[in-house]
Design a protein around this ligand. Structure first.
Ligand code: MOS
Length: 731
């Protein structure tokens, strides 16, 4: 079969939805105009643990415009059936307004529904709640951990005992919050026993299933619509309590309800990247060949659910060594449940491992890249599988050349620029290539335009654009003739929009559907006695700019419109699918990266400035280079935040988050973000998926924080083993 000409894929196109976004025409969760909608505002618990002893709603109900106040006192009992999704963490989720117990500071204790947002806000301030308060436990350092998840190969104790070089370090990572631009928000409307919600979510089916089991209705009775998501970073991978509250408030008031969390409420109303403590012991020979590594990991979780993520994987496969032992414990605290945040698990592990590698390189007087090359595995030593593609060596080589790595003076605190100490650092990154079942419907109309749909999400990476590119090339249409729609549970299913799954899964389904439709059209033409293509071998036909023709004889052909009109067809349609291969994987599938950075540290003030950063990625095929850059640069910015600024601070006296706002929780601003550059190794990984992508959105944050930490060490000679690296720590 002649391959389709590629015009759109690989071209640096702008977002197809860009104009909608910058003109305010993109509708987010509470922007939709829903007739008769009223507003809901949540009242948050002001204690960190205990019991509600009373709720006085009289003043709130007297306030003009307030329709109802719902709390455990008057809320109906909700079925809260078990959530069957494999993504639901072990334990039992928070049941809203079902009893008087308070599990964390900020837990919803009531909701006020009013005709205007202002009335609901004021009404919420008038609800008087009294408590029987207990001392919450929110400090991981003081609390006992649960049973560990374990992994082991070889005999680490013995190997460490005999190792020529032994090191032991503990790294601490602060809690981080996602802080997407759009706050979490939900609009809910009941029509009889049918529920429609417009939600900020990275997974319309996740929200659909959660609402169905909470309210005890069939999933088909719940429709979830989410065409635009104003950033997510993982926070939209689960339906949080406010989604249930919006639906409950709508049911109780018999009005459509809009509920948006305030910026402050996002810090306790949605998940977070948990606080971590990551202890490493390593052994190597004198030439830097690793023999053993232990990883003892502790992370916070809530008292009611155990949140786990893939924090152990990098330690099992990033470097070659015979002996590995790992224990991963969660510490239940009086906090709400964490959730995945960009590069989940991997950013955490890579910070510890890549810092430890830098410490080992320094101890042995080896170049950090050379140390890594000496420990490069030939196969995935955790599974024994061959790598589909693993091009870290090239990432290092290209990165070192483009960054000018070998011009550095290797000695710590060896380079100055006036008052500034200058340092460079690097780190490796890894993130698994996962994908899951997806479908996409494709319809080609008689006017020569196509509509492709899949219930995916686009929290920012450009799902709309990249799938339009794939579809345009596979159908042989210009970009402007193809519309890709997503974000509605009535559409063909897509997996969660996270873990860098979307392109591999949904993209492969889109490609499949468009290929099927194009072949249908070609078949129709070659079998049609009136077609100029009649009798032609279908494998020699390509479609370009909406016109089917013989590949080597472009004059012989006709347009989709001519073909459909002559055959009295209003449209053609096809369903594309991608099915994750069943059974054990035959390859070890990961995306890789190497991050290089230069920092300047004010010798007297301890202020750290990132001066430049380069990421080199082995991420498979790049469908949409301009949006890939948008991802890569965004990941670097996220990593700068994680390394130097972001820290959710809890007051352990009462469990209150004290910096629940963007003035006190620092994220990088333009002045913190220097010259950033991304390079993608030319690649195509067909062992991963039919379109050859390995995922990009997560790998681009992995490795950034340790590269910065290593550069800070190189600049100052000070090894700071905690994130964020603050001015105070450097003084
Ligand atoms: Mo990503 S943390 O899986 O949205």
């Amino acid at each position: 079969m002649s391959p389709q000409p590629q015009a759109a894929v690989g071209a640096p196109l702008s977002r197809v939805d860009g104009r909608l976004k910058v003109t305010g025409k993109a509708r987010y969760a509470v922007d939709h105009e829903i007739a008769g909608a009223v507003h809901a505002v949540i009242v948050d618990s002001s204690i960190g643990r205990g019991r509600i002893t009373g709720i006085d709603t009289r003043a709130a109900l007297d306030h003009a415009g307030v329709l109802k106040v719902i709390s455990h006192v008057n809320a109906p009992k909700l079925p809260y059936q078990r959530n069957p999704l494999p993504t639901a963490p072990p334990g039992e989720r928070l049941h809203v307004f079902q009893d008087d117990k308070v599990h964390f500071h900020g837990q919803p204790v009531a909701v006020v529904v009013a005709t205007t947002l202002e009335a609901a806000q004021h009404g919420a301030s008038l609800v008087k709640v009294t408590y029987d308060a207990q001392q919450p436990s929110t400090d991981m350092a003081d609390a006992p951990a649960g049973e560990p998840q374990k992994y082991a190969r070889g005999d680490t104790d013995k190997a460490l005992e005999v190792a020529a070089v032994r090191m032991e370090m503990t790294y601490d990572l602060a809690r981080n919050n996602h802080n997407a631009m759009e706050p979490h928000a939900t609009t809910a409307r009941w029509d009889g026993d049918k529920l429609t919600v417009w939600d900020k979510t990275q997974w319309v089916f996740g929200t659909q299933i959660e609402l169905a089991v909470v309210f005890g209705v069939a999933p088909e009775s719940v429709r979830v619509i989410s065409p635009f998501v104003g950033g997510g970073f993982g926070s939209g991978l689960r339906a949080w309590p406010h989604v249930t509250i919006a639906a409950l408030a709508a049911r109780e008031t018999k009005r459509p309800v809009k509920l948006a969390l305030s910026r402050k409420q996002l810090y306790f109303g949605t998940g977070f990247r948990p606080t971590y403590e990551y202890a490493v012991r390593l052994g190597s020979d004198r030439r830097g060949r690793l023999t053993a590594m232990t990883h003892d990991v502790r992370a916070e979780t809530s008292s009611y659910e155990t949140f786990l993520e893939s924090v152990l994987i990098p330690g099992q496969m990033l470097y070659s060594m015979p002996h590995v032992s790992q224990e991963y414990r969660t510490v239940p605290l009086d906090v709400h449940t964490p959730l995945f945040m960009r590069g989940p698990g991997y950013t955490t592990a890579s910070y510890a491992i890549e810092s430890a590698m830098d410490e080992l390189a320094d101890k042995l007087g080896l170049d950090p890249i050379e140390l890594r090359l000496r420990n490069e595995p030939e196969e995935d030593e955790s599974s024994g599988l061959p790598f589909s593609t693993r091009r870290l060596r090239e990432c290092y080589a290209v990165g070192a050349r483009e960054f000018g790595w070998h011009r550095r003076n290797p000695g710590p605190r060896s380079t100055r620029d006036g008052d500034w100490l200058i340092g460079t650092g690097m780190a490796a990154g890894v993130y698994d290539t996962a994908r899951n079942d997806a479908q996409a419907s494709v319809r080609l109309d008689a006017d020569g335009t196509a509509l492709v749909q899949s219930a995916a999400s686009d929290m920012g990476p450009g799902t709309y654009t990249s799938n339009t590119q794939l579809a345009a090339d596979a159908l042989g249409l210009p970009m402007g003739k193809v519309t890709f729609r997503l974000g509605d549970s009535l559409m063909p299913p897509a997996p969660p929009h996270g873990g860098s799954w979307t392109m591999a899964s949904v993209g492969s389904a889109v490609q499949d559907g468009c290929d099927k439709l194009r072949k249908q059209a070609v078949k129709l033409a070659v079998e049609d006695a009136k077609s100029p293509l009649h009798g032609v071998n279908p494998d020699t036909v390509v479609v370009r700019a909406g016109r089917l023709h013989v590949k080597h004889n472009p004059a012989r052909g006709e347009t989709y419109q001519q073909l459909l009109a002559r055959n009295n067809r209003t449209h053609l349609e096809a369903m594309g699918s991608f099915t994750r291969p069943t059974g054990p994987e035959r390859h070890s599938l990961f995306a890789y990266g190497a991050v290089f950075t230069e920092v300047a540290v004010d010798a007297r003030l301890g202020l750290v400035r990132v001066r430049r950063m380069l990421g080199v990625y082995d991420a498979g095929r790049i469908i949409s280079p301009k949006l890939a850059d948008s991802q890569a640069l965004g990941g670097m910015v996220g990593g700068i935040g994680q390394a130097l600024l972001e820290h959710t601070v809890t007051d352990h006296r009462d469990g209150r988050i004290v910096n629940a706002n963007l003035a006190d929780y620092l994220v990088p601003v333009n002045a913190d973000v220097p010259d950033l550059r991304a390079i993608y190794l030319d690649g195509d990984d067909r062992d991963a998926d039919p379109i050859g992508v390995k995922g990009l959105g997560e790998i681009v944050q992995v490795g950034v924080a340790p590269a910065i930490a290593n550069a800070v060490f190189h600049a100052t000679g000070r090894r700071i083993r905690e994130l964020p690296i603050t001015t105070e720590a450097l003084l």
